[in-house]
Design a protein around this ligand. Structure first.
Ligand code: ADP
Ligand code: ZN
Ligand code: MG
Length: 492
């Protein structure tokens, strides 16, 4: 595992500087087909099988823009509070690479599909608004696989299945001020894009990729410092570690009289350091020009209205509703809206139980605990929302005690059976029948003459002991409140 990078600067030195970070995030859209052809987007197909003349860039093949890609790009942009441009344009971004058979990516340049968005984050109790400069659409390149040495030769392979996968690139303003803020931003971005279901944002599959632009400046200064771009950040944790290292490196450099140069750096998770990949002189000149094979993308009010109407409730609104409508605490609302499937599960459990607070406790406690223990997602829960809701309702109606419910739930989780079926089979129903309870109370009173004597002598606390005996005799099934009343009546 990666070791922590050496401390490059003392805290009292780094405190005199402020970091400035802007992110460029590539997100793969969850469309059925690629952006400019009908090839499937399925993951894990044998190399070079999900391809056609269009995504291979064969001469004469023409791109046709997929409607679903556009709609998902717009939904993603709306979720990031962007303005959608009524007209946007595709542009060719030219460069040579073995995994890019066309010799260019089809991207957007001066007229992106959306601009001027924002994402709110909270770090250490402080809220900050992070500007989204733009969201543009583009097609992905293929993948090069470097396989190392074999038979004393070096092998590299090219898989073109990824060519033409639909991407959106999200560019932030240089508004982030620490690695923690960058981490929080990406977390929020991922949550919101998963809510609108435009991407899985699965980093392991490369569905979310992030480059970070970093500079430092003396605290209080207005002018931005020279930035370096850090690439190869393939987990949130690496992003945070790479930023911390890069910020410290730049401060140490400036403190020793050096100057940050504009360059692209690669993060190496094994050393925890960033290393120079190419300097500005070797920066690409992409020779952008308008894509001649595609007409400008026009998004009229009617179409935009349809897309807006399909937007789901976003986490922020849901959180507010959960605290308002269900009376949940902020923290609970946050946990329960972490993902859309979890929030939807919870709401169904509320409907089935009629008790929002108890349902919240059961979902966050027993259910999430059991799921975590088995590494399962809410979607794979053996207990569905209606079943959990029924369990909560049975407690609310006094048909089983909370204690019995705690024993029933793990059984539901193992077998997938309903609470009612387990309670019925195992005879766990709460005894609320006065006659039956009176009988047990009488037995307990007869069997504990010493304690009864003490109670009559004024020692009120003994009642708790006697209630406990009745509960025990009933195998936990007696209605505790009724036991209490019956005991008092009997003893007084
Ligand atoms: P470039 O022309 O090098 O691509 P852009 O101005 O397009 O630079 O910005 C790319 C990204 O870098 C954006 O996310 C932006 O917020 C960020 N950025 C720009 N200047 C700085 C800076 N001085 N420090 C940190 N990030 C910056
Ligand atoms: Zn294709
Ligand atoms: Mg730029």
């Amino acid at each position: 595992m990666s070791s922590a990078p050496p401390a490059l600067v003392a805290p009292e030195v780094s405190d005199r500087y402020e970091a400035v970070i802007g992110l460029e995030v590539h997100v793969q859209l969850a469309t059925r087909s690629k952006i400019f052809c009908g090839c499937p987007t399925s993951f894990g197909a044998p190399p070079n099988t999900n391809v056609c003349p269009v995504c291979l860039g064969l001469p004469g093949a023409l791109p046709v823009l997929s409607r679903q890609s556009v709609e998902m790009a717009i939904q993603g942009a709306l979720a990031l509070n962007c303005r959608i441009n009524p007209v946007s344009r595709f542009a060719r971004k030219n460069y040579f690479y073995p995994d890019l058979p066309k010799g260019y990516q089809i991207s957007q340049y001066d007229q992106p599909v959306a601009e001027h968005g924002c994402v709110d984050i909270v770090v250490n109790g402080i809220s900050r608004r992070i500007g989204i400069t733009r969201v543009h659409m583009e097609d992905d390149a293929g993948k090069s696989i470097h396989d190392g040495f074999k038979d004393s030769a070096r092998y590299s392979y090219v898989d073109l299945n990824r060519c033409g996968m639909p991407l959106i690139e999200i560019v932030t303003e240089p508004d982030l001020r620490s690695s923690d803020e960058a981490y929080a931003f990406l977390t929020e971005l991922k949550q919101v894009l998963q809510y609108v279901a435009v991407s899985t944002c699965d980093m392991e599959k490369g569905h979310l990729r992030c480059d970070a632009n970093v500079s430092v400046r003396p605290r209080g200064a207005e002018k931005l410092g020279t930035k370096a771009e850090v690439k190869n950040l393939n987990s949130f944790r690496y992003l945070k570690m790479a930023l911390d290292h890069e910020i410290a490196r730049q401060i140490a450099l400036i403190e020793s009289g050096g100057k940050v140069v504009q360059e692209t750096r690669l993060y190496n998770p094994d050393t925890g350091e960033t290393v120079s990949m190419r300097s500005k002189e070797h920066a690409h000149d992409y020779r952008y020009f308008p894509e001649p094979d595609l007409v400008p993308l026009r998004i009229g009010e009617a179409w935009l209205g349809e897309i807006r109407a399909r937007m789901p409730e976003l986490p922020k609104v849901k959180r507010a509703r959960f605290t308002g409508e269900f009376g949940l605490r902020d923290y609970d609302a946050e946990v329960l809206t972490a993902t859309r499937p979890l929030a939807e599960y919870y709401e169904r459990a509320v409907r089935a139980s009629g008790d929002p607070k108890a349902a919240a406790n059961w979902v966050m406690g027993d259910l999430l605990g059991a799921l975590n223990a088995e590494g399962k997602e809410i979607a794979d829960s053996p207990v569905n929302a209606e079943q959990l809701g029924e369990l909560v309702a049975l407690i609310a109606r006094g048909e089983i005690s909370g204690k019995i419910a705690k024993e029933v739930f793990p059984k539901m989780f193992v077998s997938g059976e309903s609470a009612a079926a387990i309670i019925e089979r195992e005879g766990l129903k709460q005894i609320s029948d006065t006659g039956a309870l009176e009988k047990i109370v009488a037995e307990v009173v007869a069997g504990n003459p010493k304690q009864v004597e003490q109670f009559k002598g004024g020692k009120q606390t003994v009642l708790g002991y006697l209630v406990g005996q009745v509960m025990k005799a009933s195998r936990g099934q007696a209605n505790p409140q009724m036991v209490n009343e019956l005991l008092r009546k009997k003893l007084e």
